[in-house]
Design a protein around this ligand. Structure first.
Ligand SMILES: NC(=O)c1ccc[n+]([C@@H]2O[C@H](COP(=O)([O-])OP(=O)(O)OC[C@H]3O[C@@H](n4cnc5c(N)ncnc54)[C@H](OP(=O)(O)O)[C@@H]3O)[C@@H](O)[C@H]2O)c1
Length: 325
């Protein structure tokens, strides 16, 4: 059903769990020339129009490899792939429509897998199984910090499934994205000069989604990342007063943190038309932060990338224009 089945695929997946990422040799630090993608590799990027997936697709296209990129989206006509000079291909793909899976997976060697918040884990598991059946060799899965230990998280269930799916896997257990402020929380900054999240006094190890993508690209194009899990955080943990200070400095206008209750946060989100399930996900994540459980910082990204991940002030400075009125 899902296209060709090649018997050359090596399915002897190492079951050995290794958490510590390999340190990059000094000779390879800070250079794109380290990329080692197999010239025949075709990578299917799901979530490719989203925050991390779009950066993965861009970085794969820019990397010094001949890895081919296939963009998966429900609306191929809305993507700008296939523009002049862009040799990536775009395919119609919907987790909820298995009839789209076959052409999306045809000839694919590696998969960047994103679970959209509106798609259930069961669907994602079926898709991962389909990918394994047609010979995808390696799945790089965008997970969330803490998913290794917290069975309440959907990502926990997905990770455990991938461990037994018969493919090599790499889990990117990402901290809160800095880009949440330029996307879902942007109107609070632009219209109210506020950081309006119910995080209490908790700290977060914010990571720039571009760095999450860079770790994913390394896993997709270099050897040695199979069957590993990376805690992908930024270089420091910040509370929301410090976040507001970073915005005030970069934007040259006062931005405050009113420390809203969960109820006030939910009401404001609702007034902007944010769907209830999305609000619920954010409330859970910020409750974890309120409890002081989001402040961990890891050096996994630095070890994989051979450079320090971007700090929060760099993110705000890069995106300053999007916060101006
Ligand atoms: N935000 C954070 O701070 C954070 C931190 C750690 C982990 N995460 C995890 O990151 C993941 C989300 O990644 P993201 O923020 O990069 O994504 P995103 O920006 O929310 O974009 C969602 C993507 O999913 C695609 N999509 C939606 N429904 C689909 C469907 N039915 N079939 C196929 N594709 C579908 C969309 O593509 P089309 O519309 O083009 O089809 C879009 O590219 C979640 O699993 C979340 O738990 C988030």
């Amino acid at each position: 059903m899902y296209g060709r089945k090649n018997d050359h695929r090596n399915r002897n997946v190492l079951r050995e769990w290794a958490h510590t990422p390999p340190a990059r040799p000094d000779s390879q630090r800070g250079s794109n020339s380290r990329r080692r993608g197999n010239v025949t590799d075709l990578v299917l990027v799901t979530g490719a129009t989203g925050t991390v997936g779009s950066a993965v697709a861009d970085q794969l296209r820019e990397a010094e490899t001949s890895v081919r990129v296939r963009i998966a989206t429900r609306n191929p006509s809305r993507t700008d792939a296939n523009a002049e000079g862009d040799d990536s291909e775009t395919v119609e793909f919907d987790f909820e429509r298995p009839e789209t899976w076959g052409s999306a997976l045809e000839d694919v060697d590696r998969l960047f897998l994103v679970r959209p918040p509106n798609v259930g884990v069961d669907r994602l598991r079926e898709f991962a199984d389909a990918a394994a059946r047609v010979g995808v060799r390696h799945v790089v899965y965008l997970s969330v910090l803490g998913a290794g230990k917290n069975p309440l998280l959907p990502h926990y269930r997905m990770e455990r499934h991938l461990e037994g799916a018969g493919v090599a896997y790499t889990f990117l257990r990402a901290a809160n994205f800095m880009q949440n402020f330029s996307e879902i929380h942007r109107p609070d900054v632009v219209e109210h000069d506020e950081i309006f999240v119910p995080a209490g006094g908790g700290e977060m190890g914010f990571v720039d989604a571009r760095d999450v993508a860079a770790v994913g690209v390394a896993a997709l194009t270099e050897p040695g990342h199979e069957n590993r899990a990376y805690d992908v955080t930024g270089p420091e943990a910040l509370d929301c007063d410090e976040v507001a200070e970073a915005f005030s400095d970069a934007l040259d206008r006062p931005v405050s943190y009113p420390n809203p209750s969960i109820l006030r946060f939910a009401r404001r989100m609702r007034s902007r038309g944010v769907p209830y399930p999305m609000i619920a996900v954010m409330v859970v994540l910020y409750t974890v932060t309120r409890l002081g459980l989001s402040g961990r910082v890891s050096d996994d990204a630095e070890r994989v990338l051979g450079r320090e991940p971007r700090g929060f002030r760099e993110f705000v400075s890069d995106c300053a224009d999007c916060f101006r009125r």
